[in-house]
Design a protein around this ligand. Sequence first.
Ligand code: AR6
Length: 169
Amino acid sequence: MVTITLVRGDITKQSVDAIVNAANSSLLGGGGVDGAIHRAGGPEILDACRDLRASHFGKGLPTGQAVATTAGRLSAQWVIHTVGPVWSATEDRSTLLASCYGESLRVADELGAHTIAFPAISTGIYRWPINDGARIAIETVRSTTTNVTEVRFVLFDERAYTAFETALR
Ligand code: AR6
């Protein structure tokens, strides 16, 4: 059974087997949690991402999918990059957001990762409303069959932490 834990803080500081990055399709870095992970993990992560672009993901990583690289200098062993959907008021993209969590857990299982830390995917630069983003995250993890034993949500601010606390109840 998977245990869900909530932590307020910086995902790059977590000691877990795998850290999930809220990336973009280019896999070549960006702001938010993506920028923080590349800064803290160092150039090895970007090198691995460039290799992925040169091989399997020539057109980039599609929204809702996930792929792993080294975690460079981070204490985690792997970074699992996933691309969340940009929030849309006119189109329901929640299946894609759920897919980010489900696919990341599938990749974690492939790697043999037992502990994994997620940020609140899409709820920053991609503007997904935090309460709905938290609900989708918790529901998806709860309904996914996985060998992962701990899923840790690392929430950057009080508002995100409260949203996840509410979704967990
Ligand atoms: N640790 C944990 N959570 C964080 C951290 C951190 N160090 N930094 C920010 N957050 P975002 P998105 C929270 O914008 O919405 C990038 O440019 C933040 O408060 O990082 O999926 C990518 O390259 C928010 O709750 O990701 C893409 O272009 C959550 O992490 C785009 O942003 C996600 O915010 C992806 O946008």
